[in-house]
Design a protein around this ligand. Sequence first.
Ligand SMILES: NC(=O)c1ccc[n+]([C@@H]2O[C@H](COP(=O)([O-])OP(=O)(O)OC[C@H]3O[C@@H](n4cnc5c(N)ncnc54)[C@H](OP(=O)(O)O)[C@@H]3O)[C@@H](O)[C@H]2O)c1
Length: 321
Amino acid sequence: MKAVVYSRYGSPEVLALADIDTPIPKADEVLVKVHAVSLNASDWEVLRGKPLYSRINGPFRPRHRVLGSDIAGRVEATGPQATLFQPGDEVFADILSHMGGFAEYVCVPQGVLARMPSGMTFEQAAALPQAGAIALQGIRTRGLAKPGEQVLINGAGGGSGMYAVQLAKLLGAEVTGVDNAEKLEFMRSMGADHVIDYRREDFTRNGRTYDVILDLAAYRPVSAYSRALAPGGRYLYVGGSVATLFGVLLRGPLMGRRAGKRIRLLPVALGVKHLAPIIELCQEGRITTVIDRRYRLDEVPEALRYLGEGHAKGKVVITVT
Ligand SMILES: NC(=O)c1ccc[n+]([C@@H]2O[C@H](COP(=O)([O-])OP(=O)(O)OC[C@H]3O[C@@H](n4cnc5c(N)ncnc54)[C@H](OP(=O)(O)O)[C@@H]3O)[C@@H](O)[C@H]2O)c1
């Protein structure tokens, strides 16, 4: 089968389209013919080995030869103990801990697979897992955004931001989206009431405060986030620099408590089983998935560059079949 492989951290040039053996499903695994796989910032990070936390499973060399985690496709074959799915079933999954989605076929433990939600295309289902889980937990389950509250989403023009802005609006919040200038119009089109170009304005220094800050691109000291939080406000670190991550973990709880605020890491519970509420909203047409660009499997390096250089508005999807 064809797959996009790499063996050392680096820029998209280290990726190559190769012919490798089609995997054989073992025990409770299911062989899925990949129809669509969406890109996430985590693919870009694990490709380059930056930030450092992306090397947690492979300090010197990538642990997985094939990247790609949010897949949708059709069951091709099942392992001897896999009884939940039949060949032909349409399925989707988040396989961040296994990877392998940038390929024509991938083996997936049956426990992480789910049937495709009705009414969704393979591309829409592939767009949802990681970005949908981050948005749902960041805004609703852990962010606890309420009607009338001020919600700021830093990095709102990307995949998770696209869902997070729409969710916060549905919950009745007043939403500020922060991203680069290219994405301001896109954030408005998702429903953001206010938009900020992060290269021109520092939202932690504009005198405004927020009840919820969902930070998809955290690069500031914790004191800056504390300043930007309203009394009782919640700050959630999702991704960004290791320095900020340590600041949030080590200083966040105490600094927050002193000021009557909560400053924490959001360890996102990944997996499609957590997505039911957002799937429903997508099926009802209350949340839209915007697929900015589609690429072929051999174009994965170009697609990752487009995402990594910050042009993607919403999701980028590889259409494999
Ligand atoms: N905590 C967890 O358990 C967990 C789980 C999975 C993933 N993650 C993390 O979640 C993060 C978000 O993923 P995603 O898929 O939504 O990423 P994405 O689609 O790449 O979106 C991130 C957005 O942030 C923007 N950005 C970059 N630097 C910024 C800054 N200084 N200020 C404001 N915006 C900035 C980017 O634009 P430009 O770069 O073009 O300017 C981009 O539009 C990733 O870092 C990933 O590692 C965390």
